[in-house]
Ligand binder design. Sequence first.
Ligand code: ADP
Ligand code: MG
Length: 398
Amino acid sequence: MGWKNLDDMDLGGKRVLVRVDINVPVEDGKVTDDTRIRRVQPTIQDILAAGGRPILLAHFGRPKGKVVPEMSLRPLVPALEAAFGTPVTFCADCRGPAAQAAVDSLAEGAILLLENTRFHAGEEKNDGGLAAEMAELGDIYCNDAFSAAHRAHASTEGLARLLPTCAGRLMQAELEALESALGQPQRPVVAVVGGAKVSTKLELLGNLVEKVDHLVIGGGMANTFLAAQGIDVGKSLCEHEMTGTAQDILAKADTTGCKILLPSDVVVAREFKAGAENETVAADACPADAMILDAGPDTVARVAEVMEGAKTLIWNGPMGAFEIAPFDAATNAAAKQAAALTKAGQLITVAGGGDTVAALNQAGAAADFTYISTAGGAFLEWMEGKTLPGVAALTPQA
Ligand code: ADP
Ligand code: MG
C-alpha cells in the first residue's frame, strides 16, 4: 500500500495536523448525529497517548470560499469534547497569526479545532499558498478523512506534499477494508449492486465486471437490464435510454468471465406505498399496469447460493424499494444471510452507500458485516476504480 499509519510516526511532542470529516448534521446549534465525530476518536486517542498535540482541520457545509457564520465549526466543540473526553479549544481561522498563537498555547493533552477550511477560497482550489500556511502550524500531517479523499483540496491533498504524512485510524481501516474487498480479495468475490438507476452506477458496474467473479444486479437498475433483454417491465422504474449501455455491460462480463445474476422472479405492485397489494411473478411477466418493486424468493435463493460459495462480498445499493414494506424482503433476506456467513467466518463483507447503510441497519445486519463504509462519494469512486487524490497523496512520490 505504501502509506504510513500512526504507528510509523514519532509523535512525541509533535504538532499533528489531523484532517477529519466532522461534517455532521446540526439542528438549532446542536449535533443531532455524532457518528462521524466518534469515528475519529481512535485517531485522537492514539495521538494523545503518544504525546502528540492534535490540531484538527475540517470542512463544514459548502461556504464556497467565504466566511459564513452559520457554517462555523465552533458549535461542534461540546460534541467533540463529549466524544473525546478531552478539552477542545477553538480558533476562528485555520491559518495565519491567530491559528499560530492558538497552536503555540495549546496545552498538553488538549485538542485544538481550527475553523472551517472552506472559509478560504484556496481550500477547494488546492492552493499551494494556503497549504503552506497550514503546514506551518504542524510537524506531521495525518489524514483521517477518507470520505473527503476524492477531492484534491489544500487540506486533503496539498498538505500531504508539504509535511511527513500518515493515515489516521479511520482512513487506515477504510483502506484496509477496501483493499481486502477489491484490491487483493479472497476469491470468489461476489458484488451485489442495486439501487435506483444504472446511470448513477455505470462506472461502478464497468469496473466490477472486470474484478469480481459474480455480479448480482438488483433494485430498479435490474429493470433496465431486463428491458435490455427485450422484457416488458410495465410501469417499473426503468431507464429505457440506458438499455444499450446495459447490453454493453453484459457483453463485457462475457469477455471477463464475470457471471451476472439478474432477477428470475420479481414482486410487483400497482402502487408505490407501504403494504400495497402485490404479487410475485416471473421476471418476464410483469403486468403492463404494474411495477417491479423487489426481487422474488427464487432470486433470493440464487443469491444465497452464490454467497455460500463466495469468500468476499461487496455490496452497494438495495435489492428493492426497501423503504416500504414488504418490498424490503429481498434486501433483508440477503443482508441477514451475508451477516450470518460473516459471523461464521465464511465471508468477508464490505458495504457502502447512503441507502445501503440504512437498509443494512434496518435489516439488523450492519453490525455483523466486516466493514461498513460511511464515506459515500469516496467509497463509490474507489469502487469505480478511480484514484482518490487524498489517498494517492499519502504515498510519497519518488
Ligand atoms: P445507495 O445510496 O446505497 O448508493 P441508491 O441511492 O443507488 O443506493 O439506491 C437506493 C434507492 O433505490 C432506494 O431509494 C430504493 O427505494 C430504490 N430502489 C431500489 N429498487 C427499486 C425499484 N425496484 N423500484 C424503485 N426504486 C427502487
Ligand atoms: Mg442513495
